[in-house]
Design a protein around this ligand. Structure first.
Ligand SMILES: Cc1ncc(COP(=O)(O)O)c(C=O)c1O
Length: 498
């Protein structure tokens, strides 16, 4: 029995995740708040007993540990020569992009998808070709027609598949992977399959390695694997590439050499070997614990925060929360959530098309920490929706500020809403999502957008700032359907913060 309930103070340990203010609770970046498996810690301690840390090389056990793990738990036989070391999956992907593609070429991503893929592609001067997945309000599916259209683009030369998928937690099935392989082979596109999350799975479920489904998939792909996500070793920088195709492998081996990415640090192989040879018991218990945490979130959201929805995925400890009911960009929600409650989660817009109304939340933490996070989430979402319910139509709005004066512009439903000077309202600052208590000073009612633009001077406010494009009256109306515009009037609510 391992202890996953123990709350470990990670502040002041140079942790990226925990380098936050005292009142903040980070549930964003993908690392776990659990202590590493004692078997791995012991192996590292043992290595530190030897006092010399010179240049290191890979030993036979490093190869054997990967080969045996993937044979035993994922049913694939990897040949030792097909494995290359690299310190991290992201640096390896970046290096492979430079080696296998040219500037300006396009790389396909099924979106929403892991944000660093975008950065790797764009920072290397290549273009992201997004193929948005179909979302039916419950789950995601690949739209193969859209995918094939993208593959037909003559500039498309690589596809990065996240298997299983971050941020949706999707496990791809055999037929999906087979079809991706067939289509990519048909259009001469190389596949990078990032399988770093493959061992974080609902107990009883299995992921399917991309290369395992067909000879074709094996020939056209590079698989990224590592113990770092499942065993919480990201800071040790240790991962591997599995590349059965000899020609592809030698090109990538040359790229890793050129980018000086082929040499392990002293602890990289020690940690990987310990994880893959002695870590199974810990991993199974960790997966049970994370699964239990996911169920807690599911129940909590269903009963306490019905304004949002958990999109269930059987992989990763990253939860994908549908906040479309709040009708506000998740960057505003994430920022307001952090400012108002200290809870720090990722805005879905970082993950590409289709992510705009989602939040991503990391639940690899002790249950007590999780409950703290859920309570903060509830508090914010409730006051956010309360604000909308209380006084206004829950639609996007504009805010104009000039000196002390702040005016919120929005559509106004006279039948449902009654707001008058003197009312106290909770006001969402559209710049940062912060909820601020304020008092209504004055109302300006306009018949429609045209009327608003004709009479902007009435507001006697800084309406030339970039919140309203006076030269383009379409600016406001693009946020509202014509039906809504007909039904509601436009109102400017002048408020004073209290
Ligand atoms: C899909 C995916 N790939 C790669 C990484 C990072 O890999 P590394 O730390 O080995 O660069 C992450 C981290 O969250 C990830 O989610």
């Amino acid at each position: 029995m391992y202890d996953f309930d123990n709350v470990i103070n990670r502040r002041n340990t140079d942790s990226i995740k925990w380098d936050v203010a005292e009142n903040e609770l980070p549930m964003w970046v993908a690392d776990m708040d659990f202590s590493v498996a004692p078997e791995i810690a012991e192996a590292i301690t043992e290595r530190t007993n030897h006092p010399v840390f010179g240049y290191s090389k890979l030993c036979d056990e490093w190869y054997d540990s990967y080969i045996n793990w993937w044979k035993r738990y994922h049913g694939i036989s990897m040949d030792r020569n097909s494995l290359l070391f690299c310190p991290g999956v992201v640096p390896a992907i970046s290096s492979m992009i430079r080696q296998l593609t040219s500037p300006g070429e396009k790389i396909i991503l099924l979106t929403p998808n892991y944000n660093h893929f975008f950065y790797c592609i764009e920072n290397n001067g290549r273009q992201v070709l997004e193929v948005e997945m179909d979302y039916d309000g419950q789950s995601y599916r690949i739209n193969f027609e859209r995918l094939e259209n993208a593959l037909r683009d003559t500039m498309a030369c690589m596809m990065i598949v996240c298997n299983p998928q971050n941020p949706t937690g999707n496990i791809w099935d055999k037929s999906d992977l087979e079809r991706i392989g067939q289509l990519c082979a048909k259009h001469g596109v190389t596949v990078i399959s990032d399988e770093i999350h493959c061992d974080i799975i609902t107990p009883g479920r299995q992921y399917i390695p991309f290369t395992s489904v067909s000879e074709l998939n094996k020939e056209i792909s590079i698989t990224c694997i590592a113990p770092t996500k499942a065993f919480n070793l990201a800071g040790l920088q240790t991962s591997a590439l599995y590349i059965p195709n000899k020609k592809l492998r030698s090109r990538i081996s040359a790229a890793l050499e050129k980018d000086e990415l082929s040499m392990p640090n002293t602890f990289a192989s020690t940690a990987a070997i310990a994880a893959f040879t002695k870590g199974r018991g810990w991993l199974d218990e960790m997966n049970e614990y994370v699964y239990k945490n996911k169920l807690i979130v599911k129940t909590f959201i269903e009963t306490e925060i019905p304004q949002i929805k958990l999109i269930w995925g059987d992989a990763t400890y990253l939860l994908w929360l549908d906040c479309s009911g709040l009708r506000t960009d998740s960057k505003v929600i994430a920022s307001g959530l952090r400012k108002s409650t200290g809870l720090f989660v990722m805005a879905g817009s970082y993950y590409g098309k289709g992510g705009k109304s989602f939040l991503r939340m990391n639940v690899a933490c002790p249950e007590s920490v999780l409950m703290d996070g859920l309570k903060r989430l509830k508090k914010y979402i409730q006051s956010f929706s309360h604000k909308h319910r209380m006084n206004l139509n829950p639609e996007p709005f504009k805010m104009i500020k000039s000196g002390q004066k702040t005016i919120e512009l929005r559509l106004y439903d006279e039948k449902r809403q009654s707001i008058k000077p003197g009312d106290r309202i909770e006001f969402v600052n559209t710049e940062d999502g912060n909820i601020l208590l304020s008092k209504v000073e004055k109302l300006y009612v306009f018949k429609d957008f045209e009327d608003l633009y004709k009479n902007l001077s009435l507001l006697k406010c800084g309406y030339t700032d970039n919140n309203i494009d006076t030269a383009n009256p379409g600016d406001m109306s693009k946020y509202y359907s014509s039906e809504q515009q007909e039904k509601y009037s436009v109102v400017g609510i002048e408020i004073k913060l209290i």
